[in-house]
Design a protein around this ligand. Structure first.
Ligand SMILES: [Zn+2]
Ligand SMILES: [Zn+2]
Length: 563
């Protein structure tokens, strides 16, 4: 994104305050921020990202090399809230790096414990913080400020350093009629009075102008949608969007409907949230799979996962008829209640088409799927945050490049010095030194690690190869040889590249070129080295094929002794 090429640093040994992201910049997902001073290092959040094209990949996480190399400095991992882009990476981080303590709040604690229970041998020390907790370290004092977001128990983190406060908002919006507690406005003003060196703030909706809709208002919208539906309602949302689930439950109760929950993550989220009283309902509201066939359709709300079209989620299985307990009936209405995450639209469309084919009514475009009902602050709210905090420096986070830039501009509009707006890449280090010195001169190692469905790391090279195969296919060139000398003209095998029968001229040309390349190597080289031959042939054939087809298939030379 930037043209800067900064030297990579493996260790810092100074008392300057360093802030950087290992994930979360120029992307939505895998949030992970680091604040370091002297021999202490704080990590904020450890998220995953869902890949755009998947190539057999389920998740993307940040490269943890820097943390591994500086393991002994880590004082703790602080979690802002329980969304996957903030906690999803924790098991993978714990497998690689020793984390002395994880600090989390309320619902996030349950979600983390549940996540870790699916992995063997991960028993970190989890400390539950509250809005009033204070954790003191040699160079830092960490406190918290409550925020509003689309999940309960979301928090911002304030780190007091000898150069002033560093504030990290986590994900937030301003909601003046929230479902569970108000943003801690008073604390924000106090930090501001004490002096905020740098604010890191959520940029997701920096390009959105309308004020985020209050959770109360969203509740009313759901009730009005439910009031108009006659048959069964199947409504999908994120399992972690606990407020939305509560509103769905309330609307169901109002319409005399019972609620049945499908999808493993949804069942778990509902059960934790009931324990924490974030989801409340009159006794008998929730029913089991056994009870629901006996109820009339207009008395049933089915709450399911799969609002993003995830192929394995309950809604997708309902849509393609493979769900064991729910078969679509004429008159069913499916309500999507979350806005699509960028990159998921294609999956969602596929699910919607299947639902229509099965004869269901589908409500896709409602105020519920509007970005304004998301949990993230838009333009005006971002300006309110900036005006309350009045930071000296501003570091927009949690957003794609355009969002970060726009958020930077909003900060300038509220009075932050344009020279003190820092739009960074993952890995780039913002450094504060005594005497108002600030510079961006170094990077730490950053990058991506791919995780497949079995929770294994998949090498970047493997992903690259899968991409080549899926884009342009593969050409194998078989060289029959005797004592390293070519015995016959090479033959081609194509998979996903060209249909050989219709491309005789091209096949002949490639075979002849391959023969010429082999003969040339054989006659000119003193020492026959197979890997060298492979490189020569692969590179030259790639150019040859590209000139004729403008495609770059994977080329696999196979030298076969035919004696
Ligand atoms: Zn979030
Ligand atoms: Zn987030």
């Amino acid at each position: 994104m930037n043209s800067r090429q900064l030297p990579i640093v493996e260790h810092f040994n100074d008392k300057n305050i360093k802030i950087f992201a290992l994930g979360g910049l120029d992307e939505i997902g895998k949030n992970m921020y680091v604040v370091e001073c002297d021999d202490e290092l704080i990590i904020i959040d450890s998220g995953i990202m869902f890949p755009g094209d998947n190539f057999g990949i389920d998740y993307v996480i940040p490269d943890y090399t820097y943390l591994k190399d500086n393991e002994e400095k880590i004082v703790g991992l602080f979690i802002t809230h329980g969304h996957e882009d903030h906690i999803g990476g924790i098991p993978y981080l714990l497998k690689k790096v020793n984390i002395p303590k994880i600090y989390a709040c309320g619902l996030a604690v349950s979600l983390i414990r549940n996540k870790l229970s699916e992995f063997r041998g991960l028993n970190p020390d989890i400390v539950e913080y509250t809005n009033n907790s204070v954790f003191k370290f040699k160079n830092f004092e960490v406190t918290f400020f409550k925020t509003n977001h689309s999940i309960p128990d979301s928090s911002g983190i304030a780190i007091k350093t000898y150069l002033g406060y560093i504030l990290h908002t986590g994900d937030f919006k301003f909601d003046f009629t929230p479902l569970s507690g108000h943003t801690d406005y008073a604390k924000l003003t106090k930090f501001s009075e004490a002096g905020v060196l740098c604010l890191l703030a959520d940029s997701t909706n920096a390009l959105v102008t309308k004020f985020a809709t209050s959770e109360k208002k969203i509740g009313e919208i759901i009730k009005s949608i439910f009031a108009q539906i006659k048959g069964r309602i199947i409504i999908s949302t994120f399992a972690s969007n606990v407020h939305r689930v509560q509103q769905i439950v309330e609307a169901s109760v109002q319409e005399g409907r019972k609620v049945i929950v499908f999808g493993r993550s949804m069942e778990k989220a509902v059960s934790f949230s009931q324990k924490l009283k974030y989801i409340t309902a009159p006794a008998g509201t929730f029913i089991t799979a056994k009870e629901f066939p006996h109820l009339p359709p207009d008395k049933i709300t089915i709450l399911s996962t799969g609002s993003q079209g995830e192929p394995l989620a309950a809604l997708s299985r309902i849509a393609d008829g493979s769900h064991k307990q729910i078969k679509l009936l004429p008159g069913d209405t499916i309500v999507f209640s979350s806005s699509p995450i960028p990159g998921n639209q294609e999956h969602i469309n596929r699910t919607i088409n299947k639902l229509y084919r099965a004869g269901a009514n589908v409500i896709v475009n409602s105020p519920l799927t509007d970005t304004h009902t998301s949990g993230h602050a838009s333009e005006t709210e971002l300006k309110i945050m900036l005006s309350l905090v009045k930071p000296e420096h501003f570091f927009p986070i949690h957003g794609e490049y355009a969002m970060l830039r726009r958020h930077g501009q909003l900060a300038v509009d509220t009075g932050v010095d344009p020279k003190k707006i820092h739009i960074l890449d993952n890995g780039e280090v913002l450094t504060f030194a005594p005497g108002n010195k600030v510079f961006i001169k170094n990077s730490v190692k950053s990058g991506v690690i791919y995780i497949d469905e079995n929770n294994f790391d998949v090498d970047n090279l493997v992903i690259k190869e899968r991409k080549i195969l899926s884009d342009d296919g593969m050409v194998a060139v078989v060289f029959p040889t005797q004592a390293n000398k070519l015995a016959k003209t090479p033959t081609l095998i194509s998979r996903g590249f060209i249909y050989m029968k219709d491309s005789e001229n091209l096949v002949d040309a490639i075979q002849n070129k391959a023969k010429a390349l082999y003969d040339e190597y054989y006659s000119q080289t003193k020492k026959f080295i197979l890997t060298q031959l492979n490189n020569v042939i692969t590179n030259a054939l790639a150019d040859f094929i590209y000139e004729r087809t403008e495609r770059k298939p994977m080329i696999v030379p196979i030298v076969m002794n035919v004696q």
